[in-house]
Design a protein around this ligand. Structure first.
Ligand code: ZN
Length: 81
């Protein structure tokens, strides 16, 4: 793990609904696991629901975080200079 450089300042993406910087967001996901009687193991059935919403205006943020907030990288999204 590299240390973060202190001379860089990243800004959060902007909410398409209210125009505020998304320093916070609501992110919920429910994974469905099903017990398999034949193997005795649980298998993942799929994601039942997955929503990403602005806490301010509840706009859908799935376009902003196309790969999920975990994979969001401000360094790739910030235009240079
Ligand atoms: Zn918003």
């Amino acid at each position: 793990m590299k240390k973060l450089q202190c001379n860089e300042v990243f800004v959060p993406p902007i909410c398409p609904g209210c125009g505020q910087g998304l320093t916070k967001m609501d992110y919920t996901s429910y994974e469905v696991w099903v017990f398999d009687l034949e193997t005795g193991h649980y298998t993942e059935e799929g994601i039942g629901d997955c929503s990403q919403k602005c806490p301010n205006c509840h706009a859908d943020l799935s376009d902003v975080f196309q790969e999920g907030p975990v994979n969001y990288d401000a360094r790739e999204s910030t235009p240079e200079s």
